[in-house]
Each structure stands twice: as C-alpha cells, then as structure tokens.
Design a protein around this ligand. Structure first.
Ligand SMILES: [Zn+2]
Length: 886
C-alpha cells in the first residue's frame, strides 16, 4: 500500500531549487502516549512566518499518518479549512502571524516494519528520524533547516516501559493517578531539526557513569541495554569517556547537557544515530565482551561511539541546511572519528585500514553507475545517499583541507566554524569559507570541485633528474573519468604530500622555487604542471601522495627495484605499504589476464622477498605487518582491471598469490605465529589486537599454502581459544577449506552461541562468503534457519548482505543464480523495509564492468526488478540508476 503511493509520486529534489521555509517552528511540545498498536501523539507547534514574504499556505509533511484532531490557537479547525492525507497536512490560508497548531495523530509502532519513525525493536519502543522519519510520527516541517526547542512528555504502562527517555534533560516524572501508567518529561534547550528527535520506552537495564568536563561540570553517562547484557557495556562506556576527553583536547569542544545517553536496540536500519543527548545504537556497536566480540568489533565500537558523540558539535549544534549538505556533518565527523582512532591506536595502521576500505568501497562506487559527487545535486530518495562517497570521500575532502593549509590553520578554521555557525543549519560553502578566511589562501573556490565533481581523479607523473643542474623535475597531469551526468570535468586542487628518498633511504630536503616546501606538500591545480626541486645532490626515488594525502589514483613509473627499496626504507609507513600493494596489483592483474587466456601465470620473487623482509622486521608494528601481507581486495583488483572482469579469475589469481606467500615464508610464518601468542588474559588494546591480527594472518597463509598440519593447527586454535577473535579467525581459516574440520567447527560454533544473535550473525556471514559453488544452496537453506529473520536488518545484512557484497565469485556466478537469488530477496523485503532492500540492491553496482555473459545475466535480473509492480521509491531509484545508459 504505502510502497505503491511512494512510487506514484516521483519527486526529484534539486539543490538549485532550495528555498528557505515559509514557516518556522519555534517550539514543539510533544505528548506521546505509548501503546503497541495505537500510540497517540499530540504535537503542539508554535509557528511563525519566516520573514515578511507574501502570504503562504502551510504544508506539513506526513507519511502513513492518521489525523484524529486539529486545533489552531486552541479552537478546533473546520474541516473545510484544511486537507489531511496520510502524506500531507495543508492549511491553505493560515493566519499570517505566529500561532499555535495542535495536531493529534495515531500511529502503530508494532506494525512499523520500515523501522523509520516510531517502531518497536523487540518489545522496546524507539525512534529513527533521519532523514525523513519524524513525519511518520506527526505532521511537521520535516526539513533540517527548521530548528525548534522540544519538550517531550512520554507516557506508558509502567510494566511495559519502566524506562522513558527523550532528548535533553529530565525535568519531571511520576505516576498517572488512577492508572497503571507513568510519565516522564524531557526538555532539550538546544534548538534542533526534527531528524535529531528521539524517544525510547522499554524494559531496559542501565549502566551508569559520570564524566567531568573541562570546565568542571559533571555529566551523567548512561548506557541502556536489554536486561542481562550490562556486562557487555564496559568498552563502549570507556570509549565514550575517551571520546569526550579527546574532543575537548583536540577541538576544544565540551559536552553541553547534564546527561548523555546511549540506548542499544536489536533492530536498527543503520549503525547508530546521533539524536541530541540520546544516541540510539544498533546493539552490534555497543555490546562487547572478550568471549563475544572480535578485535574488529571492539575497534568498530570505539569508532562508532566516538563518531556519534562527535556529532554533538558537527551535526547537532551545527546542522545541515538541507540534505544535499549531508557530507557537511558526515564527512567531517568521519574525519574526526578517524583522527580519534589514529590517536588512540596506531596512526599508520588506521590510515592504511581506512584507505583499504575507501578503495574497496568508495573507489568502486565512483567507478560505476552509482557514482555521485560528495555533495549530490539531485536525489529521488535521500536514504540512498548515505554512501561511502558522502561519508568516506567526504572525510578525505576535509583531510585535504588540513593537508593544504597545515594543522594550525586547520584548527583555526574549525574554531571559526564553531564560533560562526553554532546553532545554525549550515552549508558546505560556509564550512569551506571558514578555512579560506582562517588561512587567506586563494585556492578554495577551485577546491569546491571536490564537492561537485564525481569520479576518482587520476594523476600521472613523470620524473627527470638532472645531475649537472642538481634538479629533480616532476611533470604531473590530472584527469577525471566521465561519470553519470558529468561527461567532462574541470581540474581539481590536489595536495600531494611528497618525499624524495635518497640512496641512503633518507629524505632529501625539498626546495621548490628557492624556498623550503611548506608542509612537504605540492599543490597540483592545473591540468598539467611541473615542479622543479633544486639542490638535489643524488638521484632520488619519489615517494608521492604520502599518507594518501589525496584520494586519487596515482600512476608513477617507478622501477620494481625502486619500489622494493621504498618498501624497505620509505619514512612514510603508508607508502611502504602502498608500494607493495602496487607490486602485488601489477602481478595480480597480469595473472588475471593470463588465466583468462589459459596462459601460465607468473610469480614475483622480488615481491615475495620484500614481504619476507617486512615479516622479519621486528621493529615494525605487528598490525602493520598483517596489513602488508594482505594483497589488494577482490573488488579493488576488479576495479583496477575496469572492464571484462571475470570474478573467478580475480579470485584465483589472488588466492594463488596468497598461497605463494605462504609457501615462500612457511618457516617465518610458523615462527611468527608462535611469537605472537599472548599468554595473558585477553585485552582489546590496539597492540594486543595487532599481535593477534598478525598471528591469525600467519595461520591463514599457512593453511592456504597447504602446509602440513596447518588445518589441524587452525582446528586446535578454534577449540582452545579463550576469546572470540582467535576462535573466529580459526573458524574463518577452516571455512576456506572444504575439509571435515570445517563442518565440525561450524556445527560446534552454532551449538555454543545459538542463544546470541550478534554472534550467530558472524556464523551466518561466514557461511555466506565461502567462495564455493555450494554456497548459494547453503545460503538459501539458511534463510529458513530459525536463527535467520527477514524482519531484522542485522540478520539480513549478515546472511544476504555478506553473500551479495562479500562473495564475489558466488554472487557473480556465471549462471546468474546468485543475481536471481538476491533479486528475489530484495523483492520480498522491499514492501516491508525498502531502505535495507535498496542497500542490498547496491551489490549490482559494478555489473557493467563484468565479462559479457555475466553482464547479460545481471541486466536480465536488473530489468526484472525494475519491472516489478509496486516497487518502493528506494529500490526503484537504485535500479534505475544502475541501469541508466550514461
Ligand atoms: Zn554520522
């Protein structure tokens, strides 16, 4: 029903059409009487005209709403004076002055399967309003530039919902006389847009702590979870306190309310949500114990807790003017959480992990039909723009500003942004202007192209050393491939951190145009540009784009010997990792080509030797070594090849390289495996996690090389592990080998953890990613397993999402059965939860790059989905863009 109505109203929204709202809402008094099927929402809105424009009708957004009462300034409105549909409330001739509108609506939280607006996660009442969920609670000007002060009264059955929470500070609570109900009143003094509204009601346990801010105020900290899970909150609480301190020390940002609350819920479309003072989390990003969570889970919890907390300033205090500005809060806040993790852990390791993720997701997105600018200019469904481009590339753009002007001026610009725009709904232009004003640099108008042009820039470099003149010249050119809607591009401002590495391995001084090079960064602004360094006494090897200072594809002709020299000597750890990735990528793409032609593949002894040297270097961080031993991902290799991709050949070439690493360094891997074992109790700290990462990388490489006893070693680690990281790593290794130990371990894992959905998600995902033809039947069978539920996004992502996004050979089966399976699931899920269905559909985004047979299978399936009746706006938008011709 709802899906049909949503499709019948296609409504492209364009950035250029933005105009300020005709009406503002100053205060919102909400009175929500919780009931599983008939929750009454009474909203009292204080409205006023925005400026002195011509008389304007009042049009409030709604979705799936039932109006039960409407009054203006206390008097019921005549039916002739308004029109109420489930999607809109229109008052054609409202008074052209401030007035009060009282709206009563009825909503059904239990049957809200979209998990937007007010819904139930298990028995808990909770809300999700970003981007446009508040209109499913009451009629409203549901847009981020309408900021109001909210007072929220919640009432519920005392037994059903003993805990009642909303944004802000608690100002009153008590029983409702003569009933079994009680109430709580919360007031949030900070004006906020409706997408940041939240309330929670349920039977929840609470873990409490306090934090003293830099000005000496005491803030109550609360984490609410399902009863019985209190012992899994310690790491989340610790992460929160470290994040609060870090934001004070790094950006001078102090928390502002008396209380900060996190509620973990089991059914959630996203990762977590930064509602003012009341963050609501997917429980996956809160709950952790050594026995239930891996090191990766711990790191994610730390990052997501910090991310949502940091939004208090970048998102809540300063919000977005409209949804086109989503990167203003997301890109900036991802940048902040990445910096937090880098400071808490290892800067080099965090940077490499982030870039690996960027290449595997954002670069792939940028190279396909779903490519869009960091700030899109048009959307049909904003839910489809919570993308890697907006988040991760958005963070890279902020990082480039810092690279261009240096850390001191960057901090000055951030301070100016907070001072100038606190309490406002801002734009990307306003954000960037703060750095232009703080630095006085002239390149910011051109820099704005990073927000408007999609596609990954390609920079080509040629180098020339003149021994007589003692100069070293870098000739650079830039281009951006065409992307949907953008056939031609303008040159970008590209900051390239640089080092010129001498024969002794040391960096030579950088003198450009007679002056020391500022921040060791050259700035490429022209389509082609040369940089001549003087006083270079020996032929250097260029180390370019250090720390991945710009999110570009770089091609620079460096001989393999020189790359290996950099791998051993570059002062920049990121580039030590990067050059080995380059060598591996060259080998892998060559071998994929050879496999397609049924020609012999080759080995790269030099690469293997360089990896051996890294493995043997005990001065290096174990986590860094583990990352270095991992070749580029399958999606990264496929993107590099670009067209006529055969995922089976990509997988085979990558697997062969991993086996070759295992065979070449068998003894060192076995020795390292032993050395990295920690005798003591489990600790989630980064150094311990790094040792486990290296140990488990060794285990896996030994197994894939076919080494004697490697499977037995993995089985033994599985049995004796005293933490989830080691048990899960052993299970992953076993899962990659079709041996009896695999079935035994998978059965055992299910028996051990059957009562714990978050752990069983790992079991589902692991089976979905086994790269074997039998996997599709296994996944199909698991959809009927009692542990699986289409109603829970975490289960869907674990099983179906892992298959579609994480199993390149089996999703892309040559017979098309993987495509059909995922399409069937999408169509089944779409009427219930279009957001999650659309996400799954994104797995098809690289179909055009495939070899012809798979491409044909994919397009047949895509057309079948596109032609399905009653498609949601979310899925329709994704399929239409994936199929579009340009
Ligand atoms: Zn965010």
């Amino acid at each position: 029903m709802i899906a049909v109505m949503r499709t019948e109203e296609p409504r492209p929204v364009r950035l250029q059409d933005y105009r300020p709202p005709d009406w503002l809402i100053d205060t919102v008094d909400l009175d929500v009487s919780l009931d599983p099927h008939a929750t009454t929402v009474r909203a009292k809105l204080k409205l006023s005209p925005n400026g002195a424009g011509p008389p304007a009708p009042l049009v409030l957004d709604g979705e799936d709403l039932k109006l039960t009462s409407l009054a203006l300034d206390g008097a019921p409105l005549l039916e002739a004076s308004y029109v109420a549909t489930p999607d809109r409330l229109t008052i054609a001739q409202p008074p052209q002055r401030s007035f009060t509108l009282e709206i009563e609506t009825l909503v059904d939280p239990t049957n809200n399967t979209q998990l937007m607006g007010l819904y139930r996660a298990g028995s808990t009442f909770c809300t999700q309003c970003e981007a446009e969920g508040f209109r499913r609670i009451t009629y409203f000007l549901d847009r981020p530039d309408v900021m109001a002060v909210y007072t929220t009264r919640i009432e519920a059955d005392k037994n059903e919902a003993p805990v009642l929470l909303a944004n802000g500070n608690l100002i009153a609570q008590g029983d409702v006389p003569g009933t079994a109900r009680h109430f709580a009143i919360w007031r949030d003094p900070f004006p906020k847009p409706s997408y940041l509204f939240a309330l929670v009601g349920g039977r929840l346990a609470c873990v409490a702590d306090t934090f003293t801010t830099m000005s000496g105020r005491s803030v109550a900290l609360r984490i609410y979870v399902e009863p019985g899970k209190e012992d899994r909150c310690a790491y989340a609480m610790d992460s929160l306190k470290r994040a609060m301190r870090w934001d004070e020390e790094t950006f001078g940002r102090e928390y502002d309310l008396d209380i900060f609350m996190i509620v973990a819920v089991s059914a959630f479309n996203m990762g977590a949500m930064e509602n003012k003072g009341l963050n609501i989390f997917n429980d996956k990003y809160v709950l952790a114990s050594p026995a239930s969570a891996t090191d990766t889970d711990y790191a994610s919890i730390e990052a997501v807790i910090a991310h949502e907390y940091f939004h208090n300033w970048t998102g809540d205090r300063i919000t977005c003017r409209d949804w086109f500005q989503l990167c203003l809060k997301e890109g900036l806040t991802v940048f902040r959480d990445q910096e937090f993790s880098a400071d808490q852990r290892s800067r080099a390791v965090e940077r490499i992990s982030d870039v690996r993720g960027l290449r595997s997701h954002q670069f792939v997105e940028d190279a396909g039909p779903l490519a869009h600018p960091v700030r899109p200019e048009i959307y049909h469904e904003i839910n489809n723009f919570y993308t890697s481009t907006v988040y991760e590339k958005g963070a890279e753009v902020v990082r480039m500003i810092r690279a261009l002007i240096g850390p001191e001026l960057f901090r000055k610009g951030m301070d100016l942004y907070f001072a100038r725009h606190d309490g406002e709904a801002a734009t990307v232009e306003q954000f960037v202007q703060c750095f232009a004003d703080a630095s006085g640099r002239d390149f910011f108008p051109q820099f704005m192209r990073w927000y408007s042009q999609s596609g990954t820039p390609e920079v080509k470099v040629a180098a020339h050393y003149d021994a007589a003149a003692r100069t070293y010249r870098l000739d650079m050119s830039q281009s951006i491939p065409p992307t949907p809607g953008q056939p031609t591009k303008q040159p970008m401002v590209i900051p390239l951190a640089i080092g010129l590495v001498g024969p002794d391995g040391a960096d030579q001084p950088l003198v450009l145009d007679g002056r020391p090079l500022e921040h060791d960064v050259v700035v490429l602004r022209q389509p082609a540009q040369s940089f001549i360094f003087s006083e270079i006494t020996q032929r250097p090897i260029p180390s370019l784009n250090r720390g991945f200072s710009a999110p570009i594809k770089l091609s620079v002709p460096i001989a393999p010997d020189d790359l290996r020299f950099l791998a051993a000597h570059d002062a920049d750890p990121f580039n030590r990792w990067q050059v080995l990735q380059m060598l591996a990528m060259t080998l892998l793409t060559g071998n994929v080509h050879a496999l397609r032609q049924s020609k012999p593949t080759r080995d790269d002894e030099g690469l293997l030797a360089a990896l051996g040297a890294i493995l043997a270097d005990r001065r290096l961080e174990p986590a860094f070594i583990a990352l270095t031993l991992a070749p580029p991902t399958e999606s990264d290799i496929a993107r590099e090849i670009g067209h006529d991709v055969d995922p089976d050949a990509v997988f085979a070439a990558r697997r062969a390289l991993r086996a070759a690493i295992g065979r070449a360094h068998h003894a060192a891997l076995a020795e390292t495996y032993g050395q990295m074992k920690d005798p003591g109790p489990y600790s989630p700290d980064a150094a311990s996690a790094g040792r486990r990462a290296l140990k488990n990388a060794c285990l896996d490489l030994l197994a894939i090389s076919g080494a004697d006893g490697a499977i037995a070693r993995a089985a033994a680690q599985y049995d004796t592990a005293d933490n989830m990281t080691d048990r899960m790593a052993a299970l992953e290794t076993l899962a990659a080998h079709d041996r009896s130990e695999r079935a035994a371990a998978l059965d055992d894992f299910y028996r051990r953890y059957a009562g714990d959905p978050l752990i069983i998600d790992k079991w589902l995902a692991l089976q979905a990613t086994i790269p074997e033809p039998a996997t599709l039947a296994r996944v199909r069978a698991l959809t009927a397993h009692p542990a699986f539920s289409m109603a829970n996004p975490n289960r869907v992502r674990a099983l179906i999402g892992a298959f579609a996004q994480g199993n390149h050979t089996q999703f892309n089966r040559a017979d098309g059965a993987g495509y059909d399976f995922v399409a069937d699931i999408v169509l089944e899920l779409d009427p219930k939860n279009p957001q999650v269905a659309a996400r799954l559909m994104g797995a098809f985004r690289s179909w055009r790059a495939l070899e012809p047979q798979r491409r044909q299978r994919a397009v047949t399936t895509l057309r079948r989905v596109a032609d399905a009746p009653a498609l949601s706006r979310d899925v329709h938008d994704i399929v239409a863009r994936i199929l579009a011709e340009n």
